[in-house]
Design a protein around this ligand. Structure first.
Ligand code: CA
Ligand code: CA
Ligand code: CA
Length: 295
């Protein structure tokens, strides 16, 4: 059985350590807790369009997730809850086919194709006075591909209660490109929408979303690789004794600046940026990372 170890965006390289990570922007879904209106979103996040194939809403106004806090939203229905972290979170409805279906999305960039990432988040049943379903989940998508459905959370609190019981959920996906749109949509486990009954319409909360890179330690870091000259002005060479390998070069923020597949032996590389970069080469079962300085 494979042993998987994880590092929160931290990769050890060479003689020192350096941090590079991809993560959600504003994964804590933070905004001003005095939320001016319903359908308000925190920085970095977008609503999933009602035209998206995975959204069951049929009009734009039915696909509008809501920034939520411990201060009730200015709305005729009471929408309130205590965040898992920070001052605010998102809550969103699943009212059944053709009605409200409110999801959030964000485009993740700087992913390394072939790498496994684990998404962590907290979920809670929130409710409002015409959405009293006591149980539900979140569906998570990588573009149009469903990663998974979180296991169900439940709540017996009244719709006006500020008591919010958060459960942590995690699921993994494999990047197949440098960027993917990650989407979160609430889903009712009972698929019954008896208006204000306990199996009725659902409002789910989500907070504190973050990403972790899953590093497979069976992929051992013992490939031989030399970069020269280093430092360099623009061009340098990657020297290996490998007949076939893939190369990825990232800046220290984890953004991919160069990618080349099916490399062999010695490869020239030319970057038109200055700074410190991480050169990663990989075969089927091994990898190596070195640092290059372009002056
Ligand atoms: Ca938060
Ligand atoms: Ca339910
Ligand atoms: Ca229901």
């Amino acid at each position: 059985m494979k042993t998987l170890y994880t590092f929160l965006g931290v990769v050890l390289i060479g003689t020192g350590t350096h941090t590079f990570s991809q993560d959600f922007i504003n994964g804590d879904l933070e905004g001003d807790k005095n939320i001016p209106e319903v359908s308000y979103l925190p920085d970095g996040w977008q609503a999933i369009s009602h035209t998206d194939v995975i959204c069951r809403a049929n009009e734009a106004y039915k696909a509008t997730p809501d920034l939520t806090s411990s201060i009730p939203l200015p709305s005729s229905v009471t929408i309130v809850g205590t965040p898992q972290s920070g001052e605010t979170f998102i809550s969103a409805l699943d009212f059944g086919p053709g009605w409200h279906h409110e999801g959030i999305q964000q485009k993740l960039t700087g992913l390394i194709p072939g790498t496994v990432y684990r998404i962590h988040f907290y979920q809670a049943v929130i409710k409002q006075n015409n959405a009293l379903d006591t149980s539900g989940s979140w569906m998570v998508y990588q573009d149009d591909h469903m990663i998974g459905v979180s296991s169900v959370s439940s709540s017996q609190e009244s719709f006006s209660s500020e008591k919010t019981k958060w459960d942590k959920r995690s699921m993994e996906f494999t990047a197949t490109a440098e960027s993917h749109v990650i989407k979160f949509l609430p889903v009712d486990d009972d698929n019954v929408y008896n208006h204000d009954k306990e199996d009725g319409n659902l409002r789910m909360g989500i907070d504190n979303i973050y990403l972790e890179e899953v590093i497979d330690l069976e992929l051992t870091q013992d490939l031989e690789m030399t970069l020269f000259p280093n430092p360099t002005l623009d061009q340098f060479f990657v020297k290996t004794d490998l007949e076939k390998y893939d190369m990825t070069i990232m800046d220290l923020a984890g953004r991919i600046v160069y990618q080349q597949q099916n490399c062999s032996y010695q490869m020239p590389v030319e970057l038109d940026q200055r700074g410190v970069f991480l050169v990663r080469i990989q075969t089927q079962d091994q990898f190596a990372v070195r640092r290059i300085v372009i002056q």
